[in-house]
Design a protein around this ligand. Structure first.
Ligand code: NAI
Length: 298
């Protein structure tokens, strides 16, 4: 199927999921001059997203990195919507909802029905097969992975994943659009975890095993990896920032997709997620960011 819009012509971007990633993606698209339609099934998440985007842009104004007028313009570009039907004018839809293949597939079926024929459907999935998400639609050549990193306004990378049927034209358009957002692009084939999570998640999992088996304290594990390997953040702290639920989902995709027991999630990670300790976004993960207490050891 032919697609018409060039990257410049991506004027309206739909973002679904207004959590950690979706709110940052909406901010980036608005700052690049696009109209943004931001959708979440949870209205409280939408309010939190608008507040966090406004405060993030105002911080840039305070630092002298953005003019007051551009800040106000970006905020005005974002419209919160309450149904998928309202995304019918989007040239590009980027979904950043929960990391579940079934839930994402249902969304792609809906999006395929309501978006215009030329629209590109992108997933910010951390690990799920783009080919399988695309197969839920009648436009697999216009489905692509657009994997941002957390937080999207700051991290410089976008990993683009081609599904088995993604057209060269759609790849080129999404690459140009990513560059318009000021990002460096890397390209991955559609294998579990793509490039970055294929390498990162086993390290995070190993850090959980080290904690679980009593090799060291969480602080020493993180300090070891920070100062010993020059990482800006230790793996346990990074897992908290990513979200322990997201880490667990990605490890399960790696384990199921690659069939190697080395990807089997550490029981301590599973237990934290079962207990609702999802990381920084919930105030508690490996570390505490709020007042909530827990009896899980360590
Ligand atoms: P989050 O939990 O912060 O936000 C997810 C949002 O999606 C929530 O606000 C939720 O209400 C909403 N949602 C869930 N199902 C929905 C549906 N059917 N329709 C509309 N809204 C729905 O999650 P986060 O961290 O933003 O992750 C989102 C996606 O981005 C996942 O696929 C994740 O794997 C991926 N990702 C996450 C990264 C991270 O560091 N957290 C990095 C790169 C990708």
């Amino acid at each position: 199927m032919a697609t018409q819009a060039t990257a410049r012509e991506i004027a309206v971007v739909g973002v679904i999921g207004a959590g950690q990633m979706g709110s940052g993606i909406a901010q980036l698209a608005a700052a690049a001059g696009c109209g943004v339609l931001l959708l979440d099934s949870d209205t409280a998440a939408l309010s939190r997203a608008v507040a966090s985007i406004s405060s993030s842009l105002r911080r840039l104004v305070a630092k002298g990195q953005l003019s007051q007028a551009s800040c106000e313009h970006s905020i005005e570009q974002i419209k919160c919507v309450s149904s998928v039907q309202e995304l019918r004018d989007a040239d590009l839809v980027i979904e950043a909802i929960v990391e579940s293949e079934d839930i994402k597939k249902k969304l792609f079926v809906e999006l395929d029905k309501i978006t215009k024929p030329s629209a590109i459907l992108a997933s910010n999935t951390s690990s799920i097969s783009i080919t399988r998400l695309a197969s839920a639609t009648n436009r697999p050549c216009q489905v692509i992975g657009m994997h941002f990193f957390n937080p999207p306004p700051i991290m410089k990378l976008i990993e683009i994943i081609r599904g088995a049927d993604t057209s060269e034209e759609v790849f080129t358009k999404v690459k140009s659009f990513s560059e318009r957002l000021g990002k460096t692009v890397i390209c991955s084939q559609d294998y579990p975890g793509f490039i970055v999570n294929r390498i990162l998640m086993p390290m995070i999992n190993e850090a959980f095993w080290a904690l679980y088996t009593g090799v060291a304290t969480k602080e020493d594990i993180d300090t070891g990896m920070k100062l010993g390997t020059n990482h800006p953040m230790g793996p346990l702290q990074l897992a908290d920032f990513i979200g322990l639920d997201v880490c667990l989902s990605v490890l399960r995709v790696l384990h199921n997709g690659l069939g190697d027991s080395k990807y089997s999630p550490c029981p301590l990670l599973v237990q934290y997620v079962d207990a609702g300790r999802l990381g920084k976004k919930r105030g508690q993960g490996v570390y505490s960011y709020g007042t909530r207490s827990s009896s899980i050891k360590p």
